[in-house]
Design a protein around this ligand. Sequence first.
Ligand SMILES: *[C@@H]1O[C@H](CO)[C@@H](O)[C@H](O)[C@H]1NC(C)=O
Length: 441
Amino acid sequence: IIARITRTSDLDSLSLVSKRLHTIEACQRRALRVSCVLCPAREALASLCSRFPNLWKVEIDYSQWTSGNGKQLDNKGLLVISSRCHSLTDLTLSFCSCINDSGYLADCKKLMSIRLNSAPEITSSGLLAWLEYLGWHGSLEELVVTNCKGINQYDPLKFGPGWMKLQKFGFDTKKRFFDIPGVHDFHDHLCDAHNPSEYDFFCETLKNLRLARFETGTKVGLRFLLGKCKALERLSLEYVFGLNDKDITALSQSCRNLKSISLWLTPLHYDDDFRTAFTDNSLKALSLCCPMLQAIELTFSGCEPSWPSEIGFTQEGVLVLIQSCPIRVLVLNSANFFDDDGMKALSSAPFLETLELMHSQKITDAGMGFIACTPYLTSLTLRRLHNVTDVGLAELAHAQKLESLIIECCRSISQQAAQGVARSVHHSETLQPGFIEKMYF
Ligand SMILES: *[C@@H]1O[C@H](CO)[C@@H](O)[C@H](O)[C@H]1NC(C)=O
């Protein structure tokens, strides 16, 4: 019974009822998330670790920390976790500024996931020391490094045998555009970085890869993973600069199981051109080589609708991909090449279930009329589509196909028109949090 109670507050209440329930509950507790209220951190954590002997997931989150909260958990506190949580498999350290390279995790022999989020004192050598140890034990399946100033994109590749069982890898600098050095001009835009003699490791199990907000340059860095990890199923490239069509071609040719791809792009200067990194050649490579591709997101930042050539893709290129692969999910953000003709083509997309459109001036009520006919469309999201009105929504209402409709920041669509169009309707005049950061970084 206790195992079926999931809310922490309920579990806390339960364990107050009797000593016996307290003991049983303590043994059942698997996950613990501690924040800045834990003070003094080391002592409190030591007692939590002995009270809950079977913890497998621990998250330390100091994102709300201020100096008034007292001392943060430090290396010695990490040692407490390492030595007392014998079942620990999943560890997240967020905004821990007192843990540095001397922190020690070697006793966590079962660790399978490590997420480091804003750990400013941990550098590559510290991470490599941890990873080398865990890697040799061969257990690590997930590694996510976000906003860690001391860790650069070349270091994770030195992890060697640690890649053998890794299934998920993420690297995000969280930098803003103007803080990424060297992104403003690319002269070597067709460089071929897939000659990986320098790195000798296997990443045959990697399924999920997310790279965000850095510049790869010509010297092979994390871009090397794109042609190397053959089992890749989900890929996100969010403002990774220096990549080109050759990277996507290499990826397409080696990752036949790719199911989902997400590309966030902004235009850059390439010799005579000012455009986003990939062209229709990339889309063509994906259409030819990735028969399992089901989900595509294309997000463009800083592309002027009056200069369509700033986007390297065209509507035709995207439609070829949709016609060649069993696409179920399509997300287009500021894809200003996409218009009602594109919507017409989507009306015969045989697998399309989920469509999200944001910021497209060329999509109008006529477009809504077309997608009302898309055979399996059940979920539609419209954000900042100012040329779609209540008339367009009436077409969708008439078709009665949608399970879910989300309308955000569309000034010509009224709340009343949205009601009843789908089983679940969300209408709001503002964008969900996170969108602004995504679009204008
Ligand atoms: C880590 O922090 C400790 C305590 O603040 C300090 O003594 C030590 O020199 C630091 N180690 C590294 C490698 O920065």
